[in-house]
Write a protein that binds this ligand. Structure first.
Ligand code: 2PG
Ligand code: MG
Length: 439
């Protein structure tokens, strides 16, 4: 058996940041190197993303993954044994063929993504290079250190729907280094917590570590975010800007949007007007899933209205799918795509989506899920894919901090010039303003 051939492949059940079971896969090659990866899990999921196989039934709220673990230990292990872990394309094609379903419900997206990523780790280890270097070799990209998007307040499906909007985030495109981004973000995070305490709120955190959103409406969250940025001595819109994940599919469908806290329903045009008022009032540079995934008309209209000022990201709308990116580009919907490996199901399909995005001039943001673990593969993917941006949640909880800290380590290996700074936001009002032009 050759040194890079897969000799053993097995799975075990481990637990994610919400205490839910998930799948960990370990791959051992002929030379004895090991690759290991864990599947993450979303809460606000697109209907067209790869499906996690869950056991159902009364135990663990139906969330158990024994079937997915068994699929790895039997069918997947049998199919992949003897293949070279350096043949990521061949391995992922074999997984897709073995699954044979449109949304990976056969083997389970969780079984497939953990296997695909574990193989990626094993290949890097077999080559004796860091994971980001191996990813760069696969993608043909020049590695770079991404610009983070960091959540300050959670919301939506990650906070009991306490506010409609899911992620209130900051970006620091004006920072000179990755380390500076984290330092500025840490100050803003702390300032936001102090503002919440000062209002007499008990300050717990949501699923991704952002402050629990004790607000009476979405605007109060935006106001508080601006105050928190100011409290650190920053002028909002200069070094620091705001990014939102509306995750509109969670409260909207077929052109109708229900704002739960305010108990009112908006039609598509009213929803676009509401977002427009926020864009005019706050230094927002990026909006993810502004309209629901079943509202292409709204998404195209929103992109037409704001695409030359903002980054408009498709997450549930594009589900890391190259074909959906190509058709969105044709229709003029979004100008950026979130890359979540477990939405696609395999590493190769994620890379294909990113390459399709690049061909169409779309920006790329590698993203974690709301259910995460100590697995830091996505930090390496963001670097090796030269994605430009990384979203992993907030600035607390070790499943989040592990990813930011891994970027610091990779940054040391790459050298200071690898940080992309504000470059991924080229074409937005922020970039025009920082070049000295008008907004
Ligand atoms: C999102 C992600 C991460 P989830 O919508 O972008 O914030 O959430 O993993 O629940 O889909
Ligand atoms: Mg999202």
């Amino acid at each position: 058996m050759s040194a890079s051939a897969i000799q053993e492949l097995s799975a075990r059940r481990v637990w994610d940041s919400r205490g839910n079971p998930t799948v960990e896969v370990e791959v051992r090659t002929g030379s004895g190197v090991i690759g290991r990866a864990i599947a993450p899990a979303g809460a606000s999921r697109g209907t067209r993303e790869a499906i996690d196989l869950r056991d159902g039934g009364p135990a663990l709220q139906g969330m158990d993954v024994r079937k997915a673990v068994a699929n790895v230990n039997t069918a997947i292990a049998t199919a992949l044994k003897g293949m070279s872990c350096e043949d990521q394309g061949g391995i992922d094609a074999a997984l897709v063929a073995l699954d044979g379903t449109p949304l990976k419900s056969g083997l389970g997206g969780n079984a497939m993504v953990a296997t695909s990523l574990a193989v990626l780790h094993a290949a890097a280890a077999a080559k004796g290079v860091p994971l980001w270097r191996h990813v760069a070799d696969l993608s043909g990209e020049v590695p770079s250190l991404p610009l983070p998007e960091v959540q300050i307040f959670g919301g939506g499906a990650h906070a009991g729907r306490r506010v409609d909007v899911q992620d209130f985030m900051v970006m620091v495109p004006g920072a000179g280094s990755f380390d500076e981004v984290l330092e500025v973000t840490s100050e803003i995070y702390r300032a936001a917590g102090s503002l919440m305490s000062a209002k007499g709120h008990s300050v717990g955190v949501a699923d991704e570590g952002g402050w629990w959103p004790v607000f009476s409406n979405n605007e109060e969250a935006l106001e508080t975010l601006v105050r928190a940025i100011e409290a650190t001595g920053e002028k909002p819109g200069e070094r620091v800007v705001i990014s939102l994940d509306i995750a509109a599919s969670e409260f909207g469908s077929r052109g109708r949007y229900r704002l739960a806290l305010e108990d009112r329903e908006l039609d598509r045009d009213q929803m676009i007007d509401l977002l427009g008022r926020w864009i005019d009032s706050y230094p927002i540079v990026s909006i993810e899933d502004p309209l629901a995934e079943d509202d292409p008309e709204g998404t195209v209209a929103f992109t037409q209205a704001y695409g030359d000022r903002l980054q408009i990201i498709g997450d549930d709308y594009l589900v890391t799918n190259a074909e959906l990116v190509a058709s969105a580009a044709g229709a003029g919907a979004c100008n950026a795509v979130l890359i979540k490996v477990n939405q696609a199901g395999t590493v190769s399909e994620s890379i294909a989506c990113m390459q399709e995005a690049r061909r169409n001039g779309y920006r790329c943001i590698v993203s974690a899920r709301s259910g995460e673990t100590e697995d830091v593969s996505i930090s390496h993917l963001a670097v090796g894919l030269n994605a430009g941006q990384l979203k992993v949640g907030s600035f607390t909880r070790s499943e989040r901090m592990a990813k930011w800290n891994e970027c610091l380590r990779i940054g040391d290996a790459l050298g200071g010039s690898a940080f992309v700074g504000g470059a991924p936001l080229a074409g937005t009002w922020w970039a025009r303003q920082s070049e000295g032009g008008s907004t």
